[in-house]
Design a protein around this ligand. Sequence first.
Ligand code: 5GP
Length: 121
Amino acid sequence: MNVAEETIFSKIIRREIPSEMLYQDELVSVFRDINPVAPTHVLIVPNKLIPTVDDIEAEDEAAMGRMLSVAKKIAREEGISEDGYRLIINCKEHGNQEVMHIHMHLVGGRPLGGMLKRESS
Ligand code: 5GP
C-alpha cells in the first residue's frame, strides 16, 4: 500500500504555517488561496489527507459532503451567493492538480465565463 505524502495543506490545517483560515471543523478546513484568480478564491479541504478524487473511499463520504455544505456557507458569508460562483476539483495530471491533497476551489465575485476552452479543430 502506498502511503500518501503530506503536502503544505496538512501543515496549514494543523496551523503550523500561516494562512487566512476562514473556517475549520472536525472534517474540513477552509482558507484563502495564496494566488487568487477572482475576488473570492478559497480552498475547501478535508482535514484527512486524501491525495486525489481517485483515492476517495466510502468512509470519506461525510467529509466530501461537508465540503459542499461548507461551500454554501462560505459563499453566503463572502456575499457571492446571489450572483453565483464555481466549485472546482482538479484531479491528477489531466485535471492539472498541483497539490496532492484534495481541495475544492470556491471561486466567485466576478463573471467567470465558460467552463473550458474547446480544442480548436
Ligand atoms: P490545484 O492546481 O492543485 O487545483 O490548486 C492548488 C491551489 O493551491 C492553487 O490555486 C494555489 O494557488 C494554492 N496554493 C498552493 N500553495 C499554497 C499555500 O501555501 N497556501 C495557500 N493558501 N494556497 C496555496
